[in-house]
Design a protein around this ligand. Sequence first.
Ligand code: IPE
Ligand code: IPE
Ligand code: MG
Ligand code: MG
Ligand code: MG
Length: 295
Amino acid sequence: MDFSTKLNNFVAQTEQALDKLLPPADTRPARIHEAMRYSLQAGGKRLRPALVLAAAELFPGNNQSDPLPAAVAIECVHTYSLIHDDLPCMDNDDLRRGRPTCHKQFDEATALLAGDALLTYAFEILSCNYPADLSLGLVRELATAAGSRELIGGQMEDLLAEKCTTVTADQLNFIHHKKTAAMIEAALAMGGWIGQGRPSAEPLNRLHTFGRHLGLAFQIVDDILDATADSATLGKTAGKDAKANKATFVKLYGIDGARDRAQKHTEAALLELVKLPGDTTFLRQLVDAMLKRKN
Ligand code: IPE
Ligand code: IPE
Ligand code: MG
Ligand code: MG
Ligand code: MG
């Protein structure tokens, strides 16, 4: 199967599972369930679910649990982080995934609650769909990645850095690692847990290292696209980082310097990938596609 067919299959499976696992839109109170589905079902690349599914496939034949609920759970947490990231008190964005942001379509309170609800629901999904020991491992991976030392910590420093006149390489690496790479690492590690059916330190550590480089390259490309692409292509407002004085790789190193660094992390990710078991062809192609992406 070629790369785009396989990716499209992963995305289609994820969309179906999202629809099945989320409370129906008319569940009382309908407004919150409509808002959750509005943001979650607006498209998006579904990178993190694809990583869960691809990492699980590296370990075939182990009487595996279904990785789809975990793929849905991490997409719920990712979408919550986008809804809150777009709020006026954070990045104040009007456009997301090609649609008005959740707070524009509904209102701020509903967007806040829809984000909270997606975050919480992710853990309900994990606890309801896996055997107890696996469920505990998956909850731990996702909770750690989403918490104050990782995603939230990265978002906090991202906002604090807006007020700084200069930004250091250390600040920038912390922000990008925590706000973005941590969840990409978690997606891969969750797939690895499910694939193996049990924790086994070595492949999980390698999946984390691979994910860190992929995640850093991914966020550097996000910074480059913010500075170079148009809003229609991105499905979100272009050119906002410079206006908000965000700490980005483009700001510190310029477009070419940022491109070099994205390339460097891509190469480091690929070097780590060869140490993983199973057929890594799809993941190799995915890393390459994320470097070359246009949105
Ligand atoms: C956007 O993530 C926020 C970042 C971490 C850069 P994505 O670029 O994966 O957004 P979607 O899910 O495709 O909308
Ligand atoms: C956001 O980074 C990362 C998270 C949502 C955790 P950005 O603020 O750069 O993401 P976009 O560009 O709005 O998607
Ligand atoms: Mg932000
Ligand atoms: Mg933003
Ligand atoms: Mg951005």
